[in-house]
Design a protein around this ligand. Sequence first.
Ligand code: DMJ
Length: 453
Amino acid sequence: MIRKLSLFILSTLFITAACTKEVPVSINKQQMAESVKTEFLHAWNGYKTYAWGYDELKPVSDTARNWYDVSLLMTPVDAYDTMILMGLNDEAEEAKDLILSELHFDHDMSVQNFEIVIRMLGGLLSAYQMDGDERFLELAKDLGDRLLPVFDSPTGLPYVNVNLQTGETSGIINNPAEIGTLILEFGTLSGLTGDPVYFEKADRAMKGIYERRSDIGLVGETINVETGEWVNTSSHISGRIDSYYEYLLKASELFGLEDYRMMYDESITAVNEYLLDETETGTWYGRADMYSGERTATTYGALDAFMPGMLVFGGELEIAKKVQEANYSMWTMEGIEPEGIDYSSMEITSPYYLLRPENIESAFYLYRATGDDRYLKMGKTMFESIVEYCKTESGFAELADVRTKEKNDGMQSFFLAETLKYSYLLFADESTLDLDTHVFNTEAHPLTNTWDQ
Ligand code: DMJ
């Protein structure tokens, strides 16, 4: 009884908190789009001044960092199509010059396949489709060829890492997100080069996960790619699984594949049956065992916040709206969202903020689908809190703790690829990016089916 009462008070407080954060005035979309562009330029100029040629800016120390021994120009490759969409032609030109003069992949260096695919391969393919310069496609093909050995496991499920020069692989425990978030990029590469091998490998991997779902239709968190056995049977929509669902749906759209739509529908039915959780604090997705369907945890977080956006895309608007309200309450509880919470108590379980895009991405899809100003207001609040708490002299910094707003010295490339792109597109004219002809990869690189028409 006491627990029920305190949960009621808690949820009332959250609803009130969310409501009091509302912006009472109507939003000038054009002005907001300009503000996003200005902040993008702030981040890009910081990269140019302190990190030119490196992977990422360190926005507190005004230094730079690379992911591996040699820079792969993560920030310019990830940011390029955002510049084009924002009409920042000079900046796009300088990023293009840097990429085409400096980037190559002939390095004796082991890289994480998933991250390189979604950021680099996705970025190069969208750059090619937007700009038309064949050299982007040549880079993408060279990269794709170097990544292919990752699929050479007994099951066809990819290893985690692959050496770009030797093809040596490592990491036998992988997860559905890293295995199933390859089909848009490899499929597009097949479409553009006419070589089916990329699509075939990614398709086999994707179906390898789907076919290993449990009898109740759920997948687990980690799997051994050599035996095909699940290692961790926790099922959820968070990191390690999230974009597997996203790519089932988006591949069906981009490539017109009916079997992918069927796999998505069946999977999402199970997810909604066993993971969706309507509680006093809102509508969330929790965790359950993939075999029994029994609830194992009530944790949710910044990564899970992509779900409403995907549900809109998949046609489930009503659930999407409810979950986005929960997303927004997570964002506003400390003025900016933490990485993880326990939604049964609304306690923070992971206090950091990595400049992640998912919550704003969902507001963007909901606004496009409904035209409801509520999502503009959400986006405005979220964007402005990033500027308020994360901005530094040279860029935007991750937060170590959303309660204290203490900063960390990192600015992930997805901040320019995704967070600022979705923020911009939320306010910009719809014609800036047509969702009927484009599908975003999970790093927000727009891809379009240009080879079939
Ligand atoms: C991005 O690299 C991608 O959106 C990925 O799917 C999840 N993590 C980050 C952003 O949070």
